[in-house]
Design a protein around this ligand. Sequence first.
Ligand SMILES: [Mg+2]
Length: 252
Amino acid sequence: MVSASPSAPLLVFDFDGVLVDGMREYWWSARRAAQSLVPGLFLPEEAPAGFAQLRPLIHHGWEMVLMAAELGRAAGDPASLLTDYDGALQPALERWGWTPRQLQEALEAVRAEAIASDRGRWLALHRFFPGVRERLAALEPEGVSWAVLTTKGAAFAAELLAAADLKPVALYGHEHGSKTDVLRQLGPRPLWFIEDRRPTLELVRATPGLEAVRCFLVSWGYLAPGDRQGLEGAGIHWLEPRLFQASLAHWP
Ligand SMILES: [Mg+2]
């Protein structure tokens, strides 16, 4: 499945915020999913500013639906959500009477319907970050294998990759388990994991068995203020576009 040399690293890319900027789609689909669960729920067509601020903290797709609903509440307060995001999830679920699974299914139903009814329009809500398509396409001729590991449904990432004519050696979505579980299964070959969510990289760093995974935080992703601080002490490398474009020997 992957390249022959056992010492060559497998590059494992997060999807949203690393390969693809789907910010327009996140609000578009999260808004519709929330409205499918609460008919008549008013949410603006344009994402409120708080949604983009919350995005670096969001781990799973279902959280976007919950945050859309929360931002639509008269008393919904982005500042309090930002202050204690993890602590805000459970009370918000209880307030709406929702489960994560129900929200994930609503989100994926919206996306499946969007692809079925107007695939081109749905695809156009996304864009690959500048230079990413070209860099990924160049990896194979360099003898470097790459995979995608995302909390998105795998089918939706597959749609976007196929539309860009990009072919990872493997694609793992939320159906395949947690990112740390998938990384453990991909070992023991050398793994380079490229993310834009610092808490996810910190979790990898703290997970027994994943000590050898090289972790990279991309400078162009959905970063929270302060994400760049103290990276080296945390065992995480900072990856800027210039180095991403360079051969792997030059990566930090
Ligand atoms: Mg991401």
